[in-house]
Design a protein around this ligand. Structure first.
Ligand code: CDP
Length: 253
């Protein structure tokens, strides 16, 4: 790792300077955190699974014309991405009530929402990523009105894509979080889906049984997180058929 300059280390990933200007290497760690890092653990194999799953979703988005920062996967734990300025918002899309929204509004988890609901949280760990309104975003200049229109459109397109992909393998997309980056092409700037899309940042429930296949397994101590993520990868055809809970995650290229 000494050959590269570390740019940033977060809770689940490390960013290194990429081989060409304007690129970054995203390294996926095995660290799992929840409740603003109050709960922590190292889950062997999680980084490998998330690197592959995020590659799968980002590649699919690029293919259907939803721009992302993803360029290519480099190895088991690393992917090459375009460097971008991250907009300091967590963009959450919900199809069913769960987590903080269910709590805040006193709704039963799993209640279907009348339409997808998009929420914005300020990316600030010290403040615990507080929910903010478009008024705050405009007044404090975190994003322009044009950015907000583009972000909403990207978020809903990612939602339709992810919900469809998941439905195809018997999984309900309850909610998810994305981050948006600004990239510059000459004089033009545009917004792209950045960071990662993985079971760390989605709620995924088996349609038949309701089994949770996402980070809630870790948050709520519901069993093995690698088993859950491996199941998602297996259903998407990213694992050898024989892979079971007893085998270490081995991914198909
Ligand atoms: O996950 P939690 O209950 O703390 O918050 P939420 O607002 O219910 O999260 C909605 C969705 O966004 C879930 O799929 C979370 O996994 C995801 N999320 C995330 O990936 N990172 C955050 N900092 C907050 C939420």
């Amino acid at each position: 790792m000494s050959r590269r300059k570390k740019i940033y280390e977060g809770k689940a990933k490390i960013l290194y300077e990429g081989p060409e200007p304007g690129t970054i290497v995203q390294y996926f760690k095995d660290d799992a955190t929840a409740f603003n890092a109050q709960k922590k653990d190292v889950i062997e194999g999680k980084g490998v699974l998330n690197n592959r799953l995020s590659e799968y979703f980002m590649t699919g988005l690029n293919t259907i014309g939803v721009p992302t920062h993803f360029i290519r996967r480099l190895n088991m734990r690393e992917q090459l991405v375009r460097s971008c300025e991250i907009i300091p918002l967590e963009v959450i899309v919900r199809n069913f009530a769960a987590g903080t929204m269910a709590k805040r509004l006193g709704m039963e988890e799993g209640t279907q929402l009348p339409r997808p609901i998009v929420e914005y949280c300020l990316k600030d760990d010290k403040l615990g990523d507080p929910l903010v309104t478009e008024e705050h975003i405009a007044a404090f200049g975190w994003a322009s009105q044009q950015d907000m229109d583009d972000i909403l459109s990207l978020a809903l397109r990612v939602n339709d894509f992810m919900a469809g992909v998941m439905y195809g393998v018997g999984i309900r997309l309850v909610d998810f979080k994305i981050e948006i980056g600004r990239v510059y092409d000459g004089d033009f700037q545009r917004l792209v889906v950045a960071d990662e899309i993985s079971p760390d940042s989605c709620r995924l429930w088996d349609i038949e049984t309701g089994r949770k296949l996402d980070k809630d397994v870790f948050r709520r101590d519901l069993g093995s997180l690698t088993d859950a993520y491996t199941e998602v990868a297996r259903r998407l055809g990213l694992m050898p058929k024989a892979a079971t809970a007893m085998t270490k995650p081995t991914l198909i290229n």
